[in-house]
Design a protein around this ligand. Structure first.
Ligand SMILES: [Zn+2]
Length: 340
């Protein structure tokens, strides 16, 4: 299947977080350019160079890290358990239940909450970002994030957000299992389950979305935390059994390249970056503040993204293998960041 063809078809449909319709022509042109650029995949010379830091300073080359572990069966079970709560929009009982569920898995960890209230055209809502901190030996922080709310406008349907919300939230719970233990050699890793990501209206309405991350980015800028963040890795819609992670053009190119190297090291590169998209997602407030950021997202969920934000976003479309691919590539990227 031709990459260019898919891009040209897909781009105008990417209305979720693409800012405005009048960009469409520009995006089409952009897509053509990107289709050419990406036809050959990431620049192999860059891959080879960066993958071989030993060529210039062999003695400083870090010992190869063992391949990351990730229990995909356990992660998939978490997806099912989160979905079993039903729709989880902000302000709902089920939203509260999934917060408690996430926290119940983090009892041994250093957990912080960032709670506040938002005023929206739909009313006022409590919002709560959940953060688990895994300290490292190096001065610096890697944030791995996922939103855990489900779409508010779909609150009265059977929409359960198995891929959009549950898959990535479950992924982070399993990553927490892997990080738990002795202080890690490398940067601190902070896992962030952020809240009120979904737009209050459909189609996507920028001013009333991304509340959790916008609040946290401002807070971390004010208290100086943001200067210590080495990378912000966002997970979104990563459970699709037909996994194809986008090259995402709001993301930081060198970080995407590092992700591709990590994927290649694990033999998973065929699931990464065959397609290029520009997506407004939780990473944007950090991108805007100069934090190296990457959005790991497969925004082609079913043919032409047909399952996205519909009651068809259910567990049967997902695969434990996809969680394993994204989970291990994320952890391998963290290892690479440690040695950067
Ligand atoms: Zn969504």
């Amino acid at each position: 299947m031709g990459t260019a063809g898919r891009l040209l078809v897909k781009k105008p449909l990417t209305t979720r977080r693409l800012r405005i319709a009048f960009l469409t022509l520009g995006l089409l042109l952009f897509s053509c350019t990107q289709a050419r650029n990406t036809a050959a995949g990431p620049n192999p010379s860059v891959v080879a160079q960066s993958a071989s830091p030993a060529s210039s300073s062999p003695d400083l080359s870090p010992a190869p890290s063992p391949p990351p572990k990730f229990d995909s069966s356990r992660a998939f079970q978490y997806v099912k358990e989160i979905v079993a709560f039903g729709p989880r929009p902000i302000g709902s009982q089920n939203h509260r239940k999934v917060e408690d569920y996430i926290l119940s898995h983090l009892k041994q960890d250093s957990v912080e909450e960032d709670a506040f209230t938002i005023e929206t055209t739909e009313g006022n809502f409590p919002v709560r970002n959940l953060l688990a901190k895994f300290p490292g030996t190096e001065d610096g922080i890697i944030v791995i994030a996922s939103h855990y709310d489900t779409n508010y406008p779909l609150r009265d349907t059977s929409y359960v957000g198995a891929n959009d919300g549950a898959s990535s939230s479950a992924l982070l719970l399993e990553i927490a299992n892997q990080l738990r233990g002795p202080r890690r050699e490398g940067y601190s890793v902070w896992l962030l389950w952020d809240d009120a990501e979904e737009s209050m209206r459909l189609p996507w309405f920028d001013p009333e979305s991304l509340y959790g991350v916008r609040h946290l980015a401002q807070k971390w800028q004010a208290d100086g935390t943001i200067k210590h963040i080495k990378a912000f890795l966002l997970e979104d819609m990563i459970g699709d059994a037909d996994l194809e992670i986008e090259r995402e053009t709001n993301s930081t190119p060198w970080l995407e390249q590092m992700i591709y190297q990590a994927a290649t090291g694990l033999g998973y590169q065929s699931h990464f970056f065959a397609r290029t998209s520009q997506i407004e997602d939780d990473h944007i407030p950090f991108v805007e503040r100069g934090v190296p950021s990457a959005d790991l997202i497969d925004f082609d969920y079913g043919y032409n993204n047909v399952f996205w934000h519909t009651p068809q976003d259910t567990v049967d479309k997902l695969s434990p293998k996809s969680l394993e691919i994204v989970g291990t590539v994320t952890l391998a990227t963290v290892q690479k960041l440690d040695h950067k």
